[in-house]
Design a protein around this ligand. Structure first.
Ligand code: ZN
Ligand code: ZN
Ligand code: ZN
Length: 557
């Protein structure tokens, strides 16, 4: 009996101690969010690596230093199962989707170039000839984000801070800067190339380059990269890529082999002068130099209104297109990008202060291994014979409709019909779309087809049709969509490309680092449009106005 009572007393004691410590824990937990709600980053840094596959993090991991990718992964949050949830997976849609938190179905940037039904011509996603070039006499500055229909996270931050928070966007590619900057950017800058190594902009933003940009352009920084490209480490240690001399790589003009070293001064004139730097890792180093100059020149992160620095590393894409995802050249480009990231992070620590900024790193699409290489490894892969397909298709059109005029344009793996011609036939538009879809499906390298009517009427929730529907814009997209077989592309037989709804094009890295983000990792699926809403929650600002993504709760502190 006494023993029993003692037990009860002991149990009660235990319960009391447990409750008080639990209360203490609860109190602590309650205090933490209040601190973090008031602690906002002074600067958000958005990094897009053009054409970065997720496995570039893991494949080259043992070569990376502690201060670049590894710093972000080890001290930040790694979303390992991150995907583009739309096609086409290309640069214009990629940059736009990251920053708008939605897909081409909503933001309207349905390709890098597309056939514009209203004006009956092909348009470029960032081109706008109603503005003039600033910093050059060429037309390369005539850009604006006017084809992007919704707001970006950068726009929402500007609006939230009553336009006091600054947005500066930089890239080698114009679209890599213009689209992330949004409609309200203070500035977007990109690399001119050709006869100059200057950064330029559009009169959409300003009428004159600020002094720090003029000074950068007048400096010898870019000229300094006119030097041979050799591997960063001994090439024999690059065991994560195929042998340097192979048939899967493209060549620079004036060089017979696809092997290191690349003597850029000797190749300079034949390969577009300063433009050759874009196709080497030096383009990323130049972007880093310029981003660091922007940090200083614009005093980003210096006051209490959160600023935004949007950086896009374009050269990874040029190198991937030329040499392919398994090349020594791509491995070296990533090892050098790791060093540039380290330089950028050190610059942020010094100027803004560690603990005052927050950062994400992702891609605008991934890329396919060179199909010719896959074929040699017995993986099903191939190249579409587009000329043969076009001839066969035109014969079908003439035979069935009496004219080839019924097709206005074929681009981004979509067929645009001339609706006036269709109206003159005695067949409903949906039926014409379906007939053409069946015809295309009969071609050997085509795997799947969908019609505009299906996109209009169905609500796909998974798989390839879900991805296609997210990329299909009611006003802007085509009448028939076709998908080649996996690993079958319409491209040169050397180098890698992207654009498809398949995993090799959709799986990209997503790293969060800095104020407001936890350390950790997840293998749960996250999607590109989730990034902007996650930042909105962290910053306590509105979601971009077309956002369809979901905040990734597990990464937020
Ligand atoms: Zn790209
Ligand atoms: Zn090579
Ligand atoms: Zn590309």
């Amino acid at each position: 009996m006494n023993k029993h009572r003692l037990c009860i007393v002991l149990l009660l004691l235990c319960a009391i101690t447990w409750t008080t410590s639990a209360q203490r824990r609860k109190k602590n937990a309650k205090e933490t969010p209040e601190i973090h709600q008031t602690q906002k980053p002074k600067l958000v840094v958005g990094i897009i690596v053009d054409q970065m596959r997720y496995d570039y993090l893991t494949r080259f991991w043992s070569h990376y230093g502690e201060g670049g990718f590894k710093r972000l992964v080890n001290n930040g949050f790694n979303c390992k199962n991150h995907h583009f949830n739309y096609a086409p997976t290309s640069t214009g849609p990629g940059h736009t989707s990251v920053y708008t938190g939605t897909t081409p179905a909503v933001h309207g940037v349905i390709g890098n170039n597309w056939y514009d039904k209203e004006t009956d011509k092909s348009v470029y996603c960032a081109a706008d000839d109603s503005y003039t070039s600033i910093g050059t006499t060429s037309a390369k500055g005539q850009m604006s984000p006017h084809r992007m229909l919704t707001t970006t996270i950068t726009d929402e931050l500007r609006l939230f801070t009553q336009m006091r928070g600054k947005t500066i966007a930089v890239a080698i590619k114009d679209r890599g800067a213009v689209l992330p900057g949004g409609h309200t950017a203070n500035a977007a800058y990109w690399f001119e190339g050709g006869t100059t190594g200057n950064f330029i902009t559009s009169s959409y933003y300003m009428n004159q380059l600020p002094k720090w940009v003029q000074d950068f352009n007048a400096s010898s920084i870019v000229e300094g990269y006119k030097k041979p490209w050799e591997t960063l480490k001994p090439i024999a240690t690059y065991k994560e890529s195929v042998v340097d001399a192979n048939n899967y790589e493209g060549k620079f003009r004036g060089k017979d082999t696809t092997t290191f070293p690349y003597d850029l001064p000797a190749l300079w004139e034949e390969n577009g002068q300063f433009s050759i730097l874009s196709s080497t890792p030096y383009g990323n180093s130049i972007t880093t130099d310029f981003a660091l100059a922007a940090l200083e020149g614009e005093a980003l992160g210096a006051d209490s209104d959160t600023d935004f620095l949007a950086v896009s590393f374009s050269s990874t894409d040029y190198v991937g297109h030329k040499f392919g995802v398994d090349s020594k050249e791509i491995q070296d480009t990533y090892l050098r990008l790791d060093k540039d990231l380290e330089r950028l992070l050190n610059g942020l620590d010094a100027k803004v202060g560690a603990g005052n900024y927050t950062l994400f790193l992702t891609a605008d699409h991934a890329a396919i291994p060179v199909p010719a290489y896959l074929k040699d490894q017995k993986v099903p892969a191939g190249y579409l014979e587009m000329d043969a397909i076009k001839t066969q298709f035109q014969e079908f059109l003439k035979y069935r409709y009496g004219t080839t005029d019924i097709v206005k344009n074929i681009s981004n793996e979509q067929i645009f019909l001339d609706h006036k011609v269709v109206n003159n036939l005695d067949i409903a538009l949906a039926d014409v779309q379906e007939e053409i879809a069946y015809e295309i499906l009969s071609y050997s390298d085509i795997d799947k087809v969908y019609t505009g009517s299906q996109m209009w009427q169905q609500n796909y929730t998974k798989g390839i049709p879900y991805i296609l529907q997210n990329g299909w814009h009611q006003k802007r997209s085509g009448d028939v969509i076709y998908v080649p077989k996996p690993a079958h592309i319409s491209y040169s037989k050397t180098g890698s490309t992207h654009g498809s709804p398949f995993i090799y094009d959709t799986h990209a890295p997503l790293l969060f680092y800095g104020v407001g983000f936890k350390k950790g990792e997840t293998a749960n699926r996250t999607e590109i449009p989730d990034i902007a809403p996650t930042l909105s929650v962290l910053l306590g600002i509105s979601f971009p106005n077309g956002a369809t993504g979901t905040p990734i709760e597990e990464v937020l502190e």
